[in-house]
Design a protein around this ligand. Structure first.
Ligand code: DI6
Ligand code: FE
Length: 398
């Protein structure tokens, strides 16, 4: 087999099968941007146009950030100062803070600005070996503004060599023009916004914020029915601040993932296990909002629910653009193991995006997306705080 590129003299964490799928003296080979071989040097191909000696460095799959609000205008640093001065969430909202303040900034930003302001955040993730990023809408809250957000998200995938998965999150917050009429807004999301965005092919999935300060489980179900009608998979911000049984609803609709989950109960865990819905944990939001309720990690483990970890990069509750720090927080705050953290930003993150056949492990047939690390052991990727040991990022074999 003649390959385009061979990476040899490496230690592989393939994330395939049990554990980290470690191969001590490993080789990865690529043909036409796809993995042709990943395994022991003993059985590896040797002929290639280019052969790279990795000097014993570790190779993981390219990392995946499966939950971000990367596209948005403005920031909420002033709100952060108000909160530090003791203001409550409600007082901040009354002072014009909260999601609606980001909505106002985003509505007045054109697509070029939305792209330009997201690029530094995307570059921070890329610098840590991220090769796939999920980007949600949810700060426009009108058809035109949500469309512009998703066009900007798609544009990020043209501006940088990165895979972008887009998610329509029209049911993120109630816009001022629908004040007091959340059912009317959900009608607008389901009958106008979602069909327009589906027709334009701008969303790969649909999400909602099922929460007391968001939308009810009944309203969320209407969004899910509309998504199914347009052939779009769903995911859900669920049980972040209370238990509305959103995760169980998401599981009933075969959701790719349910996210946050601090208030998830045993029935929700069981429903997710039955459906194969991924539990995406977002330690950045837990940390930044100084939450105290931990997600039921032991119950998720016992039920075999796949766990993903993501930054939830957003200006209000998780202004975090480091997937490595997200892993450290998941281990330090939620007590995930190193293996669970690494699987959470690779194989399980791919599952949360419906991309498990394309990326997330070092296996033949998948995109040759790699991260090559200057570490003695994979645990250093989770253990260190604010240190980036990336040696090289490979995307589609280049
Ligand atoms: N949950 C969150 O923590 C963010 N959205 C959501 O559904 C908050 C987004 C923001 O405050 O801008
Ligand atoms: Fe989020």
């Amino acid at each position: 087999m003649r390959c385009d590129t061979i990476w040899r003299n490496a230690r592989l964490a393939t994330m395939a099968g049990a554990g980290l799928g470690v191969v001590e003296d490993g080789v990865v080979a690529a043909i036409d941007g796809r993995i042709a071989y990943a395994g022991s040097a003993d059985d590896a191909p040797v002929e290639a146009a280019e052969t790279i000696d990795c000097g014993g460095r570790w190779i993981t799959p390219g990392l995946i950030d499966c939950h971000t609000h990367l596209v948005h205008a403005g920031d909420r640093a002033h709100e952060f100062e108000l909160r530090l001065a003791g203001a409550s969430y409600e007082e901040v909202a009354r002072a014009g803070g909260g999601i609606v303040s980001t909505m106002r900034a985003t509505r007045s930003a054109n697509e070029a600005y939305l792209v330009a302001s997201a690029l530094p955040r995307l570059d921070a993730l890329i610098a840590e070996g991220v090769t796939t990023v999920e980007v949600k809408s949810g700060y426009g809250l009108t058809t035109d503004d949500e469309t512009r957000m998703l066009r900007a998200a798609r544009a990020l995938g043209r501006e940088r060599d990165v895979r972008i998965a887009t998610t329509f999150l029209g049911a993120h917050a109630l816009p001022p023009e629908y004040a007091g009429d959340s059912d009317g807004y959900v009608d607008h999301v389901c009958t106008d916004m979602l069909p327009a965005i589906a027709r334009a092919g701008l969303a790969d999935a649909v999400d909602a914020f099922c929460e007391g300060i968001g939308f009810t489980v009944e309203q969320t179900e209407r969004v899910f029915v509309a998504a199914a009608k347009h052939g779009l998979p769903v995911k859900l911000h669920a049980e972040q601040l209370s238990n509305l049984n959103g995760a169980a609803l998401a599981a009933r609709y075969g959701a790719l993932s349910a996210d946050h989950l601090e208030h998830l109960d045993d029935a929700g865990v069981a429903a997710m296990a039955r459906a194969g819905t991924v539990a995406t944990l977002l330690p950045g939001a837990y940390y930044f909002t100084r939450e105290t309720k931990l997600p039921p990690v032991d119950a998720l483990r016992a039920a075999g629910v796949p766990i993903a970890v993501a930054t939830d990069c957003n200006p209000g509750t998780s202004p975090l653009t480091s997937i490595l720090l997200a892993m450290n927080m998941a281990a330090t705050c939620f007590r995930l193991t190193v293996e669970e953290c690494l699987r959470g930003v690779t194989a399980n993150a791919a599952r949360a995006l419906g991309l498990a056949r394309e990326t997330g492990t070092l296996e033949p047939g998948k995109a040759c997306d790699l991260a090559i690390w200057e570490v003695e052991r994979p645990a250093e990727l989770v253990y260190r705080i604010g240190f980036n040991p990336l040696h090289q990022r490979i995307r589609n074999g280049r």
